[in-house]
Ligand binder design. Structure first.
Ligand SMILES: Nc1ncnc2c1ncn2[C@@H]1O[C@H](COP(=O)(O)OP(=O)(O)OP(=O)(O)O)[C@@H](O)[C@H]1O
Ligand SMILES: [Mg+2]
Length: 253
């Protein structure tokens, strides 16, 4: 059975996609067969792996609307053990298309259960608490929550945690936090340190030991369509994501 991790935070630009792409890359590099599902209509995870989105045949849109299976959407990548299920902007339309549809919240869960050959499935979620995010939370065993180390970091998380509570009570009682990941940590400011302490107080025992520094190499890598481990594997960002990936493997046992 796959270990399914949804990388989510309804706040935009906190490092979800950077985390999803680079954790998926290192999981694969460490020998685990890994599928990265791009579940954000923006498609940043797909471009982060250098995918030419013009040439796409089957995407997550077709999977959610059940015109194709997940297996049909999965593509290989240049990296051993790493696979990608890409998306297109039209994935955003499913919100309306499926408004009245039966089982609309469990589409992703049904899809991933048909692909048990992956050890890890990483889902990159959109910055909203949409139908897509709820599908991801119902499909997943774990949530990975990137939190940007800035003053308003914890604001808005209440709504996500409330949704998680409801999903836990209903369809997915096993849903759990694999960890909270402080991102874009600026070691030179005391604010980052204060926010880190705040986050630890808010999520006792759940914050990863390794945090992600603000690192320009991490921001540059996607424009080259490669993970940080390929773009600059000795950068601070690369070493941080590698260490976080090891913590994730330890935590999921
Ligand atoms: N640790 C970091 N240091 C520097 N830049 C970063 C870091 N992490 C992410 N970035 C950059 O910040 C921007 C937002 O990151 P990212 O796309 O991963 O966030 P996101 O949460 O997925 O955004 P969205 O909510 O729009 O999907 C990107 O340009 C990314 O390259
Ligand atoms: Mg993103």
């Amino acid at each position: 059975m796959s270990t399914i991790i949804a990388v989510t935070n309804q706040k935009g630009g906190v490092g979800k996609t950077t985390t999803a792409v680079n954790v998926a890359y290192y999981l694969a590099k460490m020998g685990h067969k890994t599928l990265l599902i791009d579940f954000d209509p923006q498609g940043n995870a797909s471009s982060g792996l250098g995918l030419d989105k013009q040439a796409l045949d089957v995407t997550m849109k077709d999977v959610v609307t059940q015109t194709h299976t997940l297996a049909d959407a999965i593509l290989g990548t240049p990296y051993q053990n790493l696979y990608l299920a890409p998306t297109i902007p039209e994935l955003a339309n499913v919100e309306v298309e499926l408004a009245q549809a039966q089982h609309r919240f469990s589409r992703l869960r049904d899809a991933v259960s048909s692909c048990p050959e992956f050890e890890f499935i990483i889902i990159d979620c959109p910055p909203s608490l949409s139908l897509l995010t709820v599908n991801a939370l119902i499909a997943a065993r774990y949530i990975l929550l990137p939190v940007q180390a800035e003053f308003y970091a914890l604001e808005g998380l209440g709504q996500l945690l409330e949704t998680v509570k409801i999903i836990r009570k209903g369809t997915n009682p096993a849903l759990d936090l694999v960890g909270v990941l402080p991102t874009m940590v600026d070691g030179r400011t005391s604010l980052s340190g204060q926010v880190y302490e705040e986050i630890k107080k808010y999520f006792p025992g759940k914050v990863f030991k390794q945090t992600i520094p603000r690192n320009v190499r991490l921001a540059e890598a996607p424009s080259h369509g490669v993970p940080i481990g390929v773009y600059d594997r000795f950068s601070k960002g690369a070493r941080a994501y590698k260490a976080v990936t090891k913590e994730i493997i330890e935590r999921v046992g």
